[in-house]
Design a protein around this ligand. Structure first.
Ligand code: RB5
Length: 153
């Protein structure tokens, strides 16, 4: 898979570990910045990763910020992005299997590098189940998204 990875300054500390883990799993990293600990705005990186996924440039996305919260909120504003902050491995794979989560967000001020690597392994190792009940629920999520499409920015 191609995996877009973006961080703000709060997530930068884990960037190298995430790149390394994604590559160790045999995937390709699409680097969406940032490139230092200089303060930046997390929505810009959530936007870049989300658009990478929805445009087809990447298959999945990973965004790191301080808490993982801002990145997930911002990324979910993009139609087609299903992002969530997951700091446990169950959510990191179940979010894909049941909810077709396509962007994982992690708080680099919350989790250490080893847990972050496990989260990446859980997320990238999972696939949407396609079970009827999960497809039905996903379609309801998409219907909510469609209801608000085209509303003013
Ligand atoms: C940056 O200080 C911090 O607010 C950001 O990384 C993130 O935690 C927002 O949710």
């Amino acid at each position: 898979m191609r995996v877009a990875v973006g961080t703000d300054h709060g997530g930068y500390a884990l960037k190298a570990d995430i790149f390394d883990e994604v590559r160790a799993l045999g995937h390709v990293v699409v680097d969406k910045g940032t490139d230092s600990t200089d303060p930046v705005d997390y929505p810009d990186y959530a936007d870049a990763v989300g658009l990478s996924v929805t445009s087809g440039e990447a298959d999945r996305g990973i965004i790191l910020c301080g808490s993982g919260v801002g990145a997930s909120i911002a990324a979910c504003k993009i139609a087609g992005v299903r992002a969530a902050v997951c700091h446990d491995t169950y959510s990191a794979h179940q979010g894909v299997e049941h909810d077709d989560m396509n962007v994982l967000t992690i708080g680099a001020r919350i989790v250490g590098s080893e847990l972050a690597r496990e989260l990446v392994r859980s997320f990238l190792g999972a696939t949407f189940s396609g079970d009827e009940r999960h497809v039905r629920r996903l379609n309801k999520v998409l219907a909510i998204e469609a209801r608000f499409a085209g509303t003013k920015e």
